[in-house]
Design a protein around this ligand. Structure first.
Ligand SMILES: NC(=O)c1ccc[n+]([C@@H]2O[C@H](COP(=O)([O-])OP(=O)(O)OC[C@H]3O[C@@H](n4cnc5c(N)ncnc54)[C@H](OP(=O)(O)O)[C@@H]3O)[C@@H](O)[C@H]2O)c1
Length: 193
């Protein structure tokens, strides 16, 4: 299903991968279920997951994440993956900044930081990386426009949920992609009312 011309209007997007039962990480922050996932579709689908991420990321002009996600990326030790894009990291503590990263630390409500992110992003999009509570903070303030969920066909049974709270907005489907890996991406716009 298509979703119109990309990048026509800047949007704030929560782009994430979740297990089939709605978790973005295991309770101990483990992500092996995602990074080591090695599945295959038995349905007749041709899209590949990698190209989809590249197309999404090409339209990103600013990034937001919580400190647990930030520390997870740093601990990975493969370098900062978002060198070209300014990032806002929400934390109440002092954190290191890796070489090549353009990071601003924020302690407080998401609204003022979101204004800075929109200004920095220009006609590109703002990516809310996560975690679930940070995504809920943006949603609570009415600042989330789109949800791009890649569903990984694993059941974890427990973990860190994609949202911390109920989302009181209707979701309108704007697109779907079924990948040869067996993952499926669902794209929604949050209705204004
Ligand atoms: N599957 C996916 O697509 C995906 C996406 C994103 C993340 N993840 C994973 O999911 C896990 C997320 O962990 P998490 O839910 O614990 O969350 P997180 O959002 O990464 O970090 C939460 C922490 O951020 C800080 N924070 C949040 N909001 C703040 C605010 N408004 N002002 C100041 N500080 C604020 C607080 O810590 P301090 O104040 O103590 O710093 C809070 O404990 C990580 O393991 C990550 O790697 C997976």
């Amino acid at each position: 299903m298509g979703e119109g011309p990309p990048g026509a209007l800047s949007a704030t997007q929560y782009y994430l991968a979740q297990s089939l039962d709605g978790y973005i990480a295991e309770t101990d922050h483990g992500l092996d279920w995602l990074t080591k996932y090695d599945g295959q579709s038995e349905a007749d689908v041709s899209e590949v997951t990698d190209g989809s991420y590249d197309a999404f990321y090409a339209q990103v002009g600013a990034i937001a994440m919580g400190s647990a996600t930030y520390e997870f990326i740093l601990a990975e030790g493969s370098g900062w993956p978002y060198e070209e894009v300014p990032s806002w990291v929400f934390t109440s503590k002092e954190r290191p900044v890796p070489d090549g990263a353009e990071v601003r630390f924020v302690d407080g409500p998401v609204g003022p930081a979101h204004e800075e992110m929109r200004a920095a992003a220009g006609d590109r999009n703002v990516w809310i990386v996560g975690g679930g509570d940070l995504a809920s903070q943006f949603a609570d303030e009415g600042l989330l426009d789109e949800l791009h969920v890649t569903v990984v066909p694993v059941i974890l049974g427990d973990g860190i949920p994609a949202f911390a709270r109920r989302l009181g907005r209707k979701l309108r489907l704007t697109g779907t992609s079924a990948f040869s890996s067996g993952m499926v991406q669902l794209r929604y716009r949050l209705a204004r009312s």
